[in-house]
Design a protein around this ligand. Structure first.
Ligand code: ASP
Length: 427
């Protein structure tokens, strides 16, 4: 086998290309769809199975290995700084492009009528309603779940994170013999989880093929027609953030080349793209950041679970772009102060959006409500939401990995200097 094909990210990329071709050619074959549906679910289940134990073990070992209690506050402060900076820039990129391209205006007229509303709106909204909401008080309530087992069963990541942070923090303050026993236990459990991740990632090319070919077969291209400008506008904004804004920040704040980081994070980006879920991608991003970028387990274990839950660059950009597009399509010219409100709401609600497919639709509904637009506006964008979800999830995950490298640099680590960037995920 040629050397390049031994590398996981090439295998996944090739699977992706085959998936697009197979999805388009076999769109009418029910047998094909049921087989890829089964395989895709199997791969997703494998990743999802890891989420809860991985969050718990990574946060525990991170807290127990942090050098001093004060570093928890420092790391947390840096993470909040990174989330605010990168998300704000993402939203501004979205704002700029939608205002310049004006995808909601066709031949000088609002595109609303030409687009029509999708009857499925209610169904989709009901489905995603449970996935996590953009409402701000809800975020605080989810931080302290009344029942931790229930929170784990419902994959409420924020609650699990807060509980693990508390447990890890107090375990790290126990007397030496008790503390050391816990440190060794959680470190071993974490290492075990990473090895299971490695095993599941070996099946990533098959999983990615199945998930993407199913999406292509079910979505088709005809849906893009009237929404093409909106699709292209959001895709361009996401690419701009991914290929320009984040690499510049990476260079300025960590002295790391954006190209090198992009290549090293490919397995995580491709997994995010095919699963549309930052939560499901968490095992892969932890693996890439630790083994390929050389970030320490304590920094990666602290930053990435939190990042996957509350740092969503691509989602914030999309929320802002979608709300402005819907306003344009309804023929509304939003004032500067209204646009400011949209920016702030996109920034804040992206924190509460869960890392699962289509979760931002709820936050978009919250923004539409706040600026007085009809909620059915969400129906306008449903046809292209799935593909844009894949793209924004990749940007979400990339933003988390950039944050991990930058924060590691700030903590005096030397990412990429003491790692083997192309080293394979190991089982
Ligand atoms: N699918 C996204 C994620 O998991 C969330 C969203 O924007 O819908 O990161």
């Amino acid at each position: 086998m040629p050397e390049a094909l031994r590398q996981l990210h090439w295998q996944i990329a090739i699977a992706l290309l085959f998936a697009v071709a197979a999805g388009a050619l076999l769109a009418d074959s029910a047998a094909f769809i049921s087989v890829v549906d089964f395989l895709g679910q199997l791969f997703l289940n494998g990743l999802r199975m890891l989420i809860v134990p991985l969050i718990i073990t990574s946060m525990m070992q991170a807290m127990l290995n942090l050098p001093a209690a004060s570093s928890v506050g420092r790391l947390g402060g840096r993470l909040v700084g990174w989330i605010t900076l990168s998300t704000l820039l993402a939203v501004l990129v979205g704002l700029l492009l939608v205002n310049t391209i004006e995808p909601g205006v066709v031949d000088g007229k609002p595109a609303g009528e030409a687009l029509g509303l999708d009857a499925e709106t209610d169904t989709v909204m009901a489905r995603v309603q449970d996935a996590g909401t953009g409402d701000i008080a809800g975020i605080f309530l989810r931080m302290l779940p009344p029942n931790i087992v229930e929170a784990a069963a419902e994959s409420q990541m924020l609650g699990i994170i807060v509980f693990s942070l508390l447990f890890g923090f107090f375990a790290s303050r126990l007397e030496a013999p008790l503390r050391d026993a816990q440190t060794r236990f959680w470190q071993g459990a974490y290492e075990t989880m990473l090895r299971i991740t490695g095993l599941i990632m070996r099946f990533a090319p098959i999983g990615v093929f199945a998930l993407v070919s199913e999406t292509v077969a079910k979505t088709g291209w005809q849906a893009f027609g009237p929404l093409l400008m909106f699709f292209l506008c959001v895709a361009a904004a996401l690419l701009l953030h991914l290929l320009l804004v984040l690499p510049v920040l990476l260079k300025l704040l960590a002295g790391v080349s954006g190209w090198q980081h992009l290549r090293a994070m490919m397995p995580a980006l491709l997994t995010a793209f095919s699963t549309s879920s930052s939560a499901a991608t968490l095992p892969v991003s932890i693996d890439c950041v630790q083994r390929r970028a050389g970030v320490s387990p304590s920094t990666a274990g602290f930053v990435l679970p939190l990042g996957a839950t509350i740092n969503m660059n691509g989602t914030a950009l999309y929320e802002c772009a979608a709300a402005l597009f819907i306003a344009q399509a309804y023929g509304l010219d939003l004032s500067l102060s209204m646009q400011f409100l949209v920016v702030m709401l996109a920034l804040l609600t992206s924190v509460g959006v869960a890392g699962v497919p289509s979760a931002s639709l709820v936050a978009i509904a919250v923004i539409l409500g706040a600026v007085g637009l009809p909620l059915e506006g969400v129906g306008l964008i449903l046809a292209v939401d799935r593909i844009l979800d894949m793209m924004r999830t990749a940007v979400n995950v990339y933003g988390d990995t950039c944050g991990a490298v930058i924060i590691a640099r700030g903590e005096g680590e030397a990412p990429y200097r003491n790692s083997a960037p192309e080293r394979e995920t190991r089982a």
